[in-house]
Design a protein around this ligand. Structure first.
Ligand code: 5GP
Length: 131
């Protein structure tokens, strides 16, 4: 079910549990600021999630509350993961869903890195009004 990206942080969310090592992930990268792992339900040949180490519900939460160091470290980590995966050419897409209209499902900030084929239009059905 889509989540409210402004809700208080829930320490039982699935990505918090992955960060604590309580459930496994297929890790591709980790440093002080971020953990990256393969999405369990890939939507493209390459579908990796990058999450900050800190307790942030969404991009809105992170961009308003995280320190400059955390924000810079996380942004750099996203680029580093893409480079490490060899995606700079011919390119990739990064997406971060925030709140119910975006269909955010996990209430811990995550950036999707999608690649490995021509990804097509950014938004399918983009002119349809929300339900
Ligand atoms: P959202 O809709 O919140 O932007 O994306 C959540 C993503 O997390 C989805 O693409 C979903 O497949 C992925 N996901 C949900 N649970 C797990 C899990 O336990 N492990 C991994 N690796 N990915 C997950």
């Amino acid at each position: 079910m889509p989540v409210n990206g402004l809700a208080p942080y829930d320490d039982s969310n699935i990505f918090a549990r992955i960060l604590r090592g309580e459930i496994p992930c297929k890790k591709v990268f980790e440093n002080d600021f971020a953990l990256a792992f393969h999405d369990i339900n890939p939507q493209a040949p390459v579908h990796v999630l990058v999450i900050p180490k800190g307790r942030y519900v969404s991009f809105a939460d992170f961009s308003s509350k995280a320190s400059e160091t955390e924000q810079a470290g996380f942004l750099r980590a996203v680029g580093q993961v893409a480079r490490q995966l060899g995606l700079d050419e011919p390119g990739y897409r990064i997406i971060s869903n925030m709140g119910p209209h975006s269909h955010q499902e996990v209430p811990h900030l995550h950036v999707h890195i999608l690649a490995g084929k021509k990804l097509g239009a950014l938004i399918v059905g983009g002119t349809e009004p929300p339900p």
